[in-house]
Design a protein around this ligand. Structure first.
Ligand SMILES: Cc1cc2nc3c(=O)[nH]c(=O)nc-3n(C[C@H](O)[C@H](O)[C@H](O)COP(=O)(O)O)c2cc1C
Length: 257
């Protein structure tokens, strides 16, 4: 498997296939700005999305280091949305997001937790009823209890839990359909995308023992629990699963009328 590694001393991200260099993304550094000057992948490694991974690796390192990122390299410029294609920044984020199932121990900064919560709180909800509730599980005690409720905690140092109450949400009069589950899903989605945008990673986890979660967390009483988001910095060898690129054909999913 090809590993993408950030090498600060060499001002580059490098893709390694065992001991062989498959590609690199090189930047210069000047007055708090990193400038990507070259992105290249060996021809036999083409078509695997390696160049994108290399640029993204430098971009998240720049974000973590708090430095500005620019690019003279035309590929990186396009990838980073600096070529006037900014209108696609959201699409790039949506495409880049993947379910991460391996985390490092590095703790998540409080300001990032606040940004993730804000992304959830500003979500649209039916009739603006806001039937959702978000729990931030970050104490060792809370994390230990959550880990007893799912195998899909992936050792993350932080878990967000999202739930809702039907009685707090809007109900469509024509057929009595409650919309609180839709509202809470939008909240979860916005949080999930903000997590990725911050350079953190997560997976939407629905496979947990809901009755046990309620037993362990009386605070969640009366709430339907729809998601746990194990969240943190990706482990070095974290990667998208094979399912990440497996989508039904557009013709199956979309119909123009
Ligand atoms: C509602 C929902 C529940 C999910 N539950 C789990 C889960 O319990 N465990 C898990 O590993 N992944 C879970 N996933 C992640 C999906 O498996 C994943 O999104 C899908 O395979 C596509 O891969 P990608 O997210 O990397 O693009 C869930 C995703 C959604 C939207």
């Amino acid at each position: 498997m090809i590993q993408v590694v950030f090498e600060k001393e060499q001002n580059r991200a490098v893709a390694m296939d065992g001991s062989r260099i498959a590609g690199e993304c090189v930047f210069t550094e000047d007055a708090g700005t990193w400038n990507i000057v070259h992105t290249g992948v060996e021809s036999e490694y083409g078509g695997q999305g390696l160049a994108g991974r290399l640029v993204d690796c430098v971009a998240s390192a720049a974000k973590e280091a708090g430095v500005k990122l620019t690019a003279d390299c035309s590929y990186a410029k396009k990838r980073l949305g600096l070529d006037g294609g900014q209108e696609n920044a959201f699409l790039k984020l949506a495409e880049d997001r993947f379910s991460c199932r391996k985390f490092s121990d590095r703790p998540v900064e409080d300001e990032k937790i606040e940004a993730i919560l804000k992304a959830g709180i500003v979500s649209p909800t039916a009739h603006n009823m806001q039937p959702e509730k978000i729990w931030v599980l970050r104490s060792e005690e809370a994390l230990a209890k959550a880990r007893e409720c799912t195998q899909c905690h992936f050792g993350a140092p932080l878990i967000f839990a999202v739930g809702y109450k039907n009685e707090d949400g809007w109900v469509r009069p024509s057929d009595g359909r409650p919309f609180a589950d839709v509202d809470a899903s939008i909240v979860g989605t916005q949080m999930m995308l903000e997590i990725h945008d911050l350079g953190l990673r997560t997976t939407w986890v629905g496979f947990f023992d809901a009755p046990k979660l309620h037993e362990k967390f009386p605070e969640m009483d009366g709430y339907e629990m729809i998601a746990l988001f194990p969240t943190g910095y990706a482990a070095e060898n974290a990667h998208p699963s094979h399912m990440h690129n497996d989508r039904k054909d557009k013709s199956e999913l979309v119909e123009f009328l």
